[in-house]
Structure formats: C-alpha cells, structure tokens
Design a protein around this ligand. Structure first.
Ligand SMILES: Cc1cc2nc3c(=O)[nH]c(=O)nc-3n(C[C@H](O)[C@H](O)[C@H](O)COP(=O)(O)OP(=O)(O)OC[C@H]3O[C@@H](n4cnc5c(N)ncnc54)[C@H](O)[C@@H]3O)c2cc1C
Length: 435
C-alpha cells in the first residue's frame, strides 16, 4: 500500500460507528479509506437488533428511508420472570403512517443493514476495502500515523486513524489508549435467528403487518447472573438471545448455550417460538464496563468510536445509536482538523467535547455506578421479580381471603425472604446506580 498521502483518514471497521465516521468525512470531501475484515460488511456482526431512527437520519439525512429495516417497533415489553410466571410491563404506540420522520426504533438484521450502510459511505466517496484485517496501528513518537493490515503490501499511513473495530478492541490497546478489559467489563451474548412466517409473528405478537415488538426478559431466566434475554420481531424471523457478564459465566460455570435453552423453553417464551426453524446461531461480546472502563477517546492522530470505546448503554438496550452518534462526531472533528491542518490531540480533543455535550457521555456518566451493581448484586434480578410475582399472584387469586389479609401475607412473605434493612439498602444502591 501507499504512503497514504492520498488519504485524510483511515477508518477501521465498517460497523455503525466506523461507517458513520467515514460517511460524515466523505460527504465533506475528505479522502477516507474504510477497512473491514469481513468480505462483506455485516457478515461477522451480531446484534439484537433494535436500531434508532434519529441517529441514523443524522448521519444519512437523504437516504435513511432506503435502509433495509425489518419492522418498525410499536410495542416494547419487559418481562420479569420466575420459572413459570412473568410480570409484564409494556408500552405500545401507533407510529406515523408514512416515513415523514424517522421511526424511533426498528429491528434490523446486520448482514443486509451493514452492507447497505457501508454502501452509503462508498457513494459519498469513501473507499471501502473489505476482506482486510487491520492487525496493528503504527505509532511513531507517541503519535498514531497509520495502520498495518494483513495484506502483502500492508502498511498505510494517514494523519488520522479512527478505531471502530468493535468490542474488546486490540487496536485501542496497541494505540496505548487503554488496558486489557476484565471479565466483569464484558458480557457474552448468544442469539438465534428463528424463522417463522410473517403472519404467524403478527398473530403471536398482536401486530399489524410491518409493525414489530420487542420483549426484554429479566429475572429467573439468567439464573443469578447479571444479564437479560430478548425476543425481537423481524419480517419473517425472531431474534432470540440472552447474555450475562463473562465474570458470572466463569463463576457459575453455566454455559451460554444452557442459558439460551432455558429462555427458549420458558413456558411463556416457548409458544412464541413454536414451529420456528433455527436459521443461525451467533455469539458476540458486549462491552459493559461503562464510562469508568472507557479508553482515552482521542490522541495524536487517533479517535476511538463505538464499542471499541465502551459506548454501550446496556440498561436501555442502546449501542448502535451511540456508535452512530460518536462516529458522526468523530467525522465532524476530522473535518475541523483538516481545515486547521492540525491532527494533534489538541485539535482532536474537540471529539471529547462534542461527546460530553451530547447524550452519549451524559447517559454513560448517569449510569457509571451500574456496572458495580450488576457485578456485585446480580441476585437482585432474581429476588425482586420473584417477590413481585408472588405479591401479584396473591392479590389476583380470588379465594375468599380479604384483601387486607392478603396485604399482610405479602408483607410477611417479603420480610421472611428479605429483611427490611436489606430492602432499604437495595433501594439506596439501586437509586444511586440509576438516578
Ligand atoms: C447480541 C447483541 C445484541 C445487541 N442488541 C442491540 C440492540 O438491540 N440495539 C443496539 O443499539 N445495540 C445492540 N447491541 C450493541 C451493538 O451491536 C453495538 O453497540 C454496535 O454494533 C457497535 O457498533 P460499532 O461500529 O462500534 O462496532 P461493530 O458493530 O462491532 O462493528 C465493528 C466492525 O469492525 C470490524 N472489525 C473488527 N476488527 C477489525 C479489524 N482488526 N480490521 C478490520 N475490521 C475489523 C468488524 O468486522 C465489524 O464490522 C447488541 C450487541 C450484541 C452482541
């Protein structure tokens, strides 16, 4: 490869983060090369996956309507499970009939979505180089000056490298921006794509054609580990998955496969999947260390975007949108650096400022204590769903016992399983992690 005089920026990884960065820069006339290890963007990527319209439209304002989406999400449910019950919370809405504004949330399959998204960057002028793994960053006197690829003529130099290679990024470490991650900072998620006819999905989830539902499943289903399961509707398939902290898998020795089987055979989940054919089985890591485990986000000649930068808001099932927003801001920072002719950390620190002023770092800072709670108190996800389920069961059972007596029974049962001072402590810990 060449000296790289021809490129302003090298972007590593054609996921939502890298493509957003490349697209933003290319639209402003910067010369960008986008490396992707898969032969076709999306081929190796895994996600639930719910994406968010606003962040997509911010990056692709003219073409977001053409995105290959599966279903517009109109029904979002949360189930708190015990082995044979679920307390269900939900929110349904009627979406815009047309696509005059981007839908809030929609499901995607990453293979078609990523290929389409990367093609937007190409159309804007970025050079997509698929089937090419970036093996290292080239660092000279503390400054990132290019990348080393697995190709024969493998080195390429440019004034900026945007690292967007996803979870557990080796390149971030090689650039000297972070330490190796710990098992408490990563979750492992396994997922199946289960084929079902569109009509069957619409009947089972009570949906109009083209509309979609999401179900997040907490409680007994993760067997004492911090994590959750999910069921998302695609056009003609369901994405069904579950994950937990790698640390908890190591401690419990439960396999991800067992956890997924437990979800699929739960008496309230199994009827939704009945008759479905498993098309794919996938596994992937999610960075869950939060803002305290973030790498440095910029340096001389380098910016870090998306999962590589630990930008996941797990509680709200957000990651792709943070990656897109951060990618756009990395692109905007590069445009300023190009104008200033200065790619040093001083100019690139604008990226941090943009992120701090946006929902990306504000949200991650809001939940900075959540990873600690998840690591040390996964039991809360067992105890409280069970207590809630018992309480509701008691109140809904019509057995001639007075409601006041039922309330007393519930209180006695709760206090027998969790003394009042522990409940108070849980409430304080929960409040501090979520406020
Ligand atoms: C099972 C699961 C479910 C999820 N569900 C949701 C959801 O419902 N909603 C949501 O918003 N988020 C969800 N997420 C998180 C979301 O997928 C990520 O936050 C998002 O994909 C991050 O985008 P990214 O571009 O930073 O990284 P990625 O999407 O991981 O993209 C990184 C890209 O870099 C490429 N790459 C990696 N290394 C190299 C290399 N050395 N050289 C060249 N290319 C390389 C990869 O092939 C990939 O294309 C989920 C994640 C998982 C695992």
């Amino acid at each position: 490869m060449g000296s790289g005089d021809e490129f302003d920026a090298i972007v590593v990884g054609a996921g939502p983060g890298g493509v957003s960065a490349a697209l933003t820069m290319a639209r402003a006339g910067l010369n960008v090369v986008l490396f992707e290890r898969a032969e076709r963007p999306g081929q190796k990527n895994v996600m639930g996956g719910v994406m968010y319209g606003r962040m997509l439209a911010d990056v692709a304002p003219d073409t977001w309507r053409d995105a290959p989406i599966e279903r517009v999400v109109v029904d979002e449910r949360v189930w708190l499970t015990t082995p044979d019950t679920a307390v269900s919370l939900g929110y349904k809405h009627v979406p815009h009939a047309d696509f005059s504004a981007p839908p809030n949330a929609f499901t995607v399959l990453r293979v078609p979505f990523d290929a389409w998204f990367a093609s937007q960057a190409e159309t804007a002028g970025a050079l997509l180089v698929p089937g090419t793994t970036v093996e290292d960053v080239i660092v000279e006197q503390g400054r990132v000056v290019g990348v080393r690829t697995g190709r024969a003529d493998g080195d390429l130099r440019a004034p900026l490298v945007v690292i967007a290679d996803g979870a557990n990024s080796l390149l971030v470490q090689r650039a000297g921006l972070s330490r190796p991650l710990e098992p408490r900072e990563m979750a492992l998620v396994v997922k199946e794509i289960v084929a079902l006819p569109a009509g069957t999905i619409e009947d089972r989830f009570n949906l109009e054609p083209g509309r979609g539902a999401t179900v997040e499943v907490y409680g007994s289903i993760t067997r004492g580990m911090a994590g959750y399961g999910f069921i998302y509707t695609n056009k003609e398939s369901l994405s069904v998955g579950i994950g937990a902290l790698i640390l908890h898998f190591m401690k419990t020795r439960i396999t991800p496969w067992d956890l997924l089987e437990g979800l699929k055979t739960h008496p309230l989940v199994a009827p939704l999947l009945r008759g479905g054919e498993v098309l794919e089985y996938l596994a992937h890591a999610i960075p869950e260390g939060g803002v305290r485990a973030m790498p440095r986000l910029y340096g001389d000649g380098v910016l870090v975007v998306g999962d590589a930068a630990m930008m996941v808001n797990n509680l709200h099932r957000e990651g792709s949108n943070l990656a897109m927003a951060a990618g756009r801001m990395a692109g905007e920072t590069a445009i300023r650096a190009k104008r200033a002719g200065d790619w040093s950390a001083r100019t690139l620190s604008v990226y941090q400022d943009l992120l701090e002023a946006s929902f990306v770092l504000k949200d991650l800072r809001k939940y900075e204590r959540l990873p600690d709670l998840a690591e040390h108190h996964p039991d809360l996800l067992q105890i409280y769903p069970a207590l809630l389920s018992e309480a509701i069961h008691e109140m809904l059972t019509v057995d001639g016992v007075s409601k006041r007596e039922k309330q007393r029974r519930i209180l006695r049962r709760v206090l027998a399983q969790r003394p009042w001072w522990r409940i108070l402590k849980d409430a304080v810990d929960g409040w501090r992690a979520l406020r």
